[in-house]
Design a protein around this ligand. Structure first.
Ligand code: ATP
Ligand code: MG
Length: 556
């Protein structure tokens, strides 16, 4: 990953020629400053003669493959959009969808955008409470779901009308039938073109450190999505692209659906849930060339031992990761085992990706760092008084909004807390700038550990713990300590075949002490079967911190 290629445009020359306006012009052939997300992601590809290109290759739960070309997506979404209009739905209405990764899901997204409505994802693992929380706030006008998920909408205080994939059942006789909706006469009027600040996605953050926050993504965000796919993911016309992330979350919706479709490329869905065996077989069967997944997936693939010779059979050219720090150990493993470079990308539901190791740009690629600001963004690191810090000093990562033409986040939809100060958007993450200009993730502001006066990011400790061959996953948190304020406690999940013991804990502790530092090593180690995670697979350190604190209190 440290190698740079002479054929790549360098970061600074790319920036000299780059303007967001030229990017917008490429996504839209009307040039009137307005957008329709369906037009940008499907309609224009068909009009420009690319209707035969596959938009989606989907493998269902039984291993059957289904495809949709851009022309088929155009046709089906036109019919569903015609039905939406007949129900009185239109511009700005929230339409929520809880469906597995299926052709129906993609048709629903595109039809929503086609009428100028706002697509609201609902992750299929959500239970009724998570659904209620989101639908109530968004004033959702229609829900699209299937039989397997229908019960989650039963107890809601106010359930919007339901369009049922698979049809109405005896229990829910008033549900509308998906197949009937797809026989509707296609929407005849042109998709409405809306101002760039109008929303096209109604998101909620992952809820890693508290209640999920509502984020309405404006149409202007599509520019940044497309830029990310080109520069950071290096998505090419002939790629067979698979982003494993579920479209119920930002990473999957922005970059497994909107991003690839904006570029007119083929995206892949695998309906089955994650398993290392399943992932390997899927990549082989569909000849995946460009792959993306959250770090947790890479960690599980590595721990399975199944991928160690995979580079001999896979056709991967590029891999990307986002959502959590990509452990340095995993970076090395991917290159060796999958046979392609993996690039760590940093972003948020609020902003999309803003800081990346760009596959297609030549800049220092520092293993363990999350890269450099994406063109269109100026990122700063701020101290507690919101002054910009020089390299080497940790502070909160912020977007300098005035100097970031690609920035699109306008504030939380229903959130008390304002994340904007002095023209900056504060991400809440602590980072350090390396001397080569790359940004290094230290941890979420709340997860930083203060031990004996030193501020230690959990990421460094976790990376170091992960280098021990027995470790599958780990999380580091601060545990209250009378002398040092906090001491570092590591929770560790072992790989199959390793037994938890005090001797092993000692070995790991000593290894981190020697390799990382004599002050930032885990004085306490607890072996656990699993780590607490969000439904999207992110480690929830605040839960472990509470657990560690509670244990100390009980031991007194
Ligand atoms: P919530 O805001 O509700 O607590 P969340 O912050 O996890 O949840 P997301 O928007 O899904 O919600 O995630 C964004 C966060 O994920 C970032 O602020 C950062 O903490 C973390 N993150 C994303 N990418 C990376 C990365 N490459 N390296 C380190 N951390 C990352
Ligand atoms: Mg967040």
């Amino acid at each position: 990953m440290t190698a740079t290629s002479a054929s790549l445009p360098t970061y600074s020359t790319f920036l000299e020629d780059f303007t967001v306006d030229t990017m917008i012009a490429r996504l839209d052939d009307h040039q009137d400053g307005c957008f329709n997300a369906f037009e940008a992601c499907c309609g224009r590809h068909v009009r420009q003669g690319r209707g035969d290109v596959l938009a989606l290759v989907q493998e269902d739960i039984n291993g059957q493959t289904h495809t949709l070309t851009y022309a088929e997506l155009d046709e089906l979404s036109g019919k569903l959009a015609g039905w939406f209009k007949a129900q009185g739905l239109g511009e700005g209405d929230r339409i929520a969808c809880m469906l597995p990764r299926s052709t129906a899901l993609l048709v629903a997204v595109l039809a929503t955008w086609r009428i100028g409505a706002v697509y609201q994802p609902l992750f299929t693992a959500f239970g009724p409470d998570a659904v209620d929380y989101r639908l109530g706030r968004a004033d959702t006008k229609l829900v699209i779901t299937d039989h397997a998920n229908r019960f989650k909408f039963d107890g809601l205080s106010q359930c919007p009308p339901v369009l049922a994939v698979g049809g109405a059942t005896g229990e829910h006789p008033n549900d509308h039938d998906w197949q009937t909706a797809l026989t509707y006469t296609s929407m005849s009027d042109k998709p409405p073109r809306l101002a760039p600040e109008k929303p096209f996605l109604q998101m909620f953050t992952s809820g890693t450190v508290g209640k999920p926050k509502g984020v309405a993504v404006p149409l202007s965000g599509m520019t940044a999505f497309a830029l990310y796919m080109e520069l950071a993911v290096d998505l090419r016309d002939d790629d067979r692209f698979w982003n494993m992330a579920d479209p119920g979350w930002a990473y999957g919706l922005y970059y497994a659906i909107a991003g690839p479709l904006l570029l007119g490329v083929t995206t892949h869905f695998c309906e089955a849930g994650f398993s290392a065996e399943g992932a390997l077989a899927f990549m082989k069967r569909h000849h995946i060339t460009n792959f993306a997944a959250a770090p947790t997936a890479y960690r599980l693939m590595k721990a399975s031992g199944l991928f160690d010779d995979a580079h001999q059979t896979l056709e991967l050219r590029a891999a990307s990761s986002a959502g959590e720090p990509l452990n340095t150990e995993v970076v090395t493993w991917v290159e060796k085992s999958l046979g392609c470079p993996v690039m760590d990308h940093y972003g948020q539901t609020e902003t999309g990706m803003t800081c990346n190791n760009h596959h297609s740009l030549d800049h220092p690629k520092h293993v363990g760092a999350m890269g450099v600001p994406m063109p269109g963004y100026r990122l700063a690191i701020l101290d507690a008084e919101y002054n910009e810090l020089p390299p080497g000093e940790p502070g909160v990562l912020a977007v300098d909004i005035k100097n970031s033409p690609a920035h699109f986040f306008q504030g939380y939809t229903w959130q008390e807390k304002d994340p904007f100060v002095n023209g900056y958007y504060l991400t809440g993450d602590v980072v350090i700038r390396n001397d080569d200009g790359s940004f290094q993730f230290a941890g979420r502001d709340d997860d930083i550990i203060t031990t004996a006066g030193y501020r230690v990011g959990p990421t460094d400790v976790e990376n170091s713990v992960m280098t021990h061959p027995a470790v599958a996953e780990s999380a580091a948190v601060g545990q209250p300590d009378e002398i040092r304020g906090e001491i570092i406690k590591s929770y560790i999940v072992l790989r199959d075949g390793y037994e938890a013991s005090e001797a092993l804990a000692d070995e790991i502790r000593q290894q981190v002490r020697e390799r990382l530092s004599t002050h930032a090593f885990p004085r306490v180690i607890e072996f656990v079967d699993e780590l607490p995670k969000t439904p999207s697979g992110k480690i929830q350190r605040f839960k472990l911190r509470a657990q560690a604190t509670e244990q100390v209190r009980n031991d007194k």
